[in-house]
Design a protein around this ligand. Structure first.
Ligand SMILES: NC(=O)c1ccc[n+]([C@@H]2O[C@H](COP(=O)([O-])OP(=O)(O)OC[C@H]3O[C@@H](n4cnc5c(N)ncnc54)[C@H](OP(=O)(O)O)[C@@H]3O)[C@@H](O)[C@H]2O)c1
Length: 348
């Protein structure tokens, strides 16, 4: 419509000479040049908006879960260095002591098991006293576990539940319990999902839990945006942490295999487990990134940007493989995984 008007203006005898001159100068491709200029302008405005930061970090409290190791641990150190008042939820006393030893006096730790409502409630009461009238600026729901992972048929119902209890119920319980404190500060909820919450590539509770984190966060974001609260989702690719450590993953695969009935074992064949482990090792060693700052920088942006993004994908595998794959038809993922994974010996 806009371009049509542009052409009409050029064709009228009394039309503006300048417009006609510009049009002739640009030639037949004028509409493309104008569209490209708009796109460039949009990108520049987006980049500028994305770079704007909030002020007075030292007045702001952030609660992080699962701070004993991995992303949570590194994030606490980084937020502490930037001047935030960090409240670190650790599962173990050792984790809490180790973290306190390497951080400043403003970082405080509390023991927290996200599978226990009484532990969550106690952490919330403690946080309420710490933050006072200011409320809680941010909560980072980072605590998680990945095991057991493997072929779906090898799981017992309890195997699904053990992961869902931490990664799904834990995130929901933490968020709902801390919400009044966040509402007070018009703060941020940062939920750690995964690329496996976009593409279900593994059996067990992990992918299910991360899909749940995605949908919980989407619903929450839409429902509480009216109160100035922002909900962000972090979608890391594969990184070298305890969650992707091959030793426990393989130990769990052996445990699952050993609990199978002779009939189920026979349908997969004796070589299946070894082949599965070999392929998994190959893939994990190829894709796991050791630079955890790619993830913590996303978390930091979600907490410090004036306009945080809804989703953050961290890592080259997330950006180039998993996220594009998540937009493709299911059969593409089905075929891809079939080509990579071993075939059970009695497959039809
Ligand atoms: N690494 C990856 O490739 C990757 C990719 C996508 C998403 N993620 C997600 O990133 C988050 C952090 O994981 P990570 O990779 O940094 O692994 P990690 O080092 O194992 O961190 C997870 C932390 O959560 C803690 N935790 C486990 N169960 C808990 C519970 N019931 N209550 C409180 N804390 C608990 C763990 O404590 P213990 O060490 O004492 O068990 C650990 O400190 C998880 O949500 C994970 O799913 C990781």
């Amino acid at each position: 419509m806009f371009f049509e008007q542009f052409r009409v203006q050029k064709q009228t005898p009394e039309g503006n000479m300048d417009t006609q001159y510009i049009y002739e100068l640009l030639g037949e491709n004028a509409s493309y040049y104008i569209a490209a200029s708009f796109a460039l302008l949009w990108i520049l405005v987006w980049l500028y908006r994305d770079s704007l930061e909030i002020e007075n970090l030292s007045d702001k409290y952030v609660f992080v879960t699962g701070c004993d190791t991995g992303f949570g641990n590194l994030l606490c150190k980084k937020l502490d260095r930037r001047g935030f008042r960090v409240l670190a939820g650790c599962l173990t006393e050792k984790g809490a002591d180790d973290l306190k030893r390497v951080t400043g006096p403003h970082l405080k730790t509390v023991l927290l098991d996200v599978t226990s409502q009484s532990s969550i409630q106690a952490a919330m009461e403690w946080t309420k006293k710490e933050v006072g009238d200011r409320g809680l600026w941010g909560i980072v729901n980072n605590a998680g576990r990945s095991l057991p992972m493997g072929p779906s048929e090898w799981m017992r119902v309890e195997d699904f539940h053990s992961t869902l209890k931490v990664n799904m119920n834990g995130v929901i319980a933490m968020t709902m319990t801390f919400l009044p404190l966040i509402k007070k500060a018009r703060g941020r909820i940062v939920n750690v999902a995964s690329v496996l919450g976009r593409v279900a590539a593994n059996g067990g509770g992990y992918c299910i839990s991360k899909f749940a984190v995605e949908s919980f966060s989407d619903c929450l974001r839409r429902d509480i945006s009216y109160f100035g609260i922002k909900v962000c989702i972090i979608e890391p690719g594969f990184f070298k942490t305890a969650v992707t450590n091959l030793d426990p993953i393989e130990r769990e695969l052996h445990r699952l295999w050993n609990q199978l009935s002779p009939e189920v074992k026979a349908s997969y064949g004796e070589k299946y487990l070894d082949n599965y482990i070999k392929i998994q090792r190959l893939i994990m060693n190829a894709v796991c990134d050791s630079d955890l700052t790619k993830v913590t920088s996303c978390m930091e942006h979600a907490l410090t940007a004036a306009h945080p993004r809804t989703r953050y994908s961290a890592g080259w595998d997330a950006k180039l493989l998993w996220i594009p794959l998540s937009y493709m038809p299911s059969f593409v993922v089905d075929i891809g995984l079939k080509l990579v994974l071993p075939r059970p010996s009695k497959s039809v």
